[in-house]
Ligand binder design. Sequence first.
Ligand SMILES: Cc1cc2nc3c(=O)[nH]c(=O)nc-3n(C[C@H](O)[C@H](O)[C@H](O)COP(=O)(O)OP(=O)(O)OC[C@H]3O[C@@H](n4cnc5c(N)ncnc54)[C@H](O)[C@@H]3O)c2cc1C
Length: 483
Amino acid sequence: MPHHWDVEADVVVVGFGAAGMATAVTAHELGAKVVILEKAPEGQEGGNTRVAGQGYLNTSSVESAIAYLNALCGPYTVPQAMVRVWAEEMGKNNAWLESLGGDPQEHQHPPVGIEFPDLPGADCVHKFHDGPTYGYSYTWQLFERLVKERPIQVLYETPGQELIQDDITKDILGVRSGAINVKASKAVVLTCGGFENNQQMIRDYLPGVPYCYTSGSPYNEGDGITMAMSVGADLWHMNNYAGPSMALKVPEVRTSFSMQALHYSKEPPGGMIVVGPDARRFADEKFRTRHGKVPVNGRWLPMVTPCPMFLIFDHTHFSAGPLYDGHPSHGWTQIVERYDWSKDNSVELAKGWIKRGDSVAALAGIVGLDPAVLEDSVGRWNRQCETRCDVDFGRTLMMTPIVNGPFYAVELSPSMLNTQGGPRRNEKAQIVRPNGMPIPRLYSSGELGSIYSYLYQGTGNLGECLAFGRVAARNAVAEIPWG
Ligand SMILES: Cc1cc2nc3c(=O)[nH]c(=O)nc-3n(C[C@H](O)[C@H](O)[C@H](O)COP(=O)(O)OP(=O)(O)OC[C@H]3O[C@@H](n4cnc5c(N)ncnc54)[C@H](O)[C@@H]3O)c2cc1C
């Protein structure tokens, strides 16, 4: 127990994204004094929520939603009490936001936007955003306003670093951030996102990726997992994530660059393939994955990403415009970093982010691939373009040969939107120990220990932040203050 408390509140919320907002606003509306601790400086708070596509789920029927979530979890089952709470709350997101002055707008009217339309209950899916269109941080702007128009103190650049726990009762009494002790007389709610920027946790927990980079917030480093584990929490869903995709990552920029050629919806001119370290193709580069999952033998599995991977393309593609999709509708690089990619790719070529060779064999030598194998891969691709039949991986888009030299390569890394794992929570949003017993006065919501164990329905994360943010707040506020 610290000798003094620097800040005191009934409910301390750690992390100011969608989950933090829903928790803080609900707790405030129920009469609690709320403080939010945020790691990022003011202007960079909001986490993945700030740069997301901005869609949130509002399901239309509790029973269909139960069926759909159970089907999404498949063999990675989740307790039915959790599934029911998820389904009941997920249908109330619009009403809750409307009650606070929001203006829910449906986009991608079903069946468009249903990620797994063949699964039972899929017709419950309805996706909403706030503001004139989805993307562009509009829904986040509503969330931010809901906090800022209330007397909820936000302490920026104040990361939660350690939970203060009573030695005997094991109650969570507050949070330590450097020399600052923050008292939570009722409860602490962890809403500080996933481990997208913690390469050790990525190696330890995510399947098939020796490293992976995010297109979301660089501040999510798994701190909530470390804090919760240190007070005895169990973990769940650590192997599930919204990824991988393939993107450029350079040391100078914290987050990943999305490449135009890899968008399933775009067909820029010129020839392009992706090869692995053996200089061979390994997938349909234009396949629209389901948040990183691809069909394998009748099951959905994470796409393989043999690292290092290389985008190989010709001069027609190079000269067709910027290779990077910098459109600022979503993504941290586009919205916050705002890297100004040159229109003719010349700056990035000079920086060495793009490599060039006069021939395919010369390019292979420059990036460390076997020249004969890369020539063979390009030749094979070009012949398949002539017959418009990719017998290897069934690609149907951008069936353009790689013929017009010089030739280019960009090293690609596995990338992701967000992780789903974290401390295991129960239907009251309490964080539990391996024996299932709650850690007293400790709650969570959001992608830190999300309910999603296997397949993911787009907009489900923000929907869950709202749903379980309310659940966590209601139960936290109902605690009897200690001391
Ligand atoms: C590009 C992109 C597009 C996406 N599109 C969608 C979409 O359209 N719909 C959808 O449902 N999901 C989408 N997702 C996923 C979704 O954005 C996230 O899962 C969701 O925003 C998580 O919300 P959260 O509140 O749990 O965490 P976050 O929004 O990430 O917020 C966590 C906050 O905690 C802070 N923090 C971190 N560590 C600490 C600490 N130690 N102490 C204090 N604060 C800390 C962070 O700075 C951040 O502000 C997308 C993700 C990305 C990256």
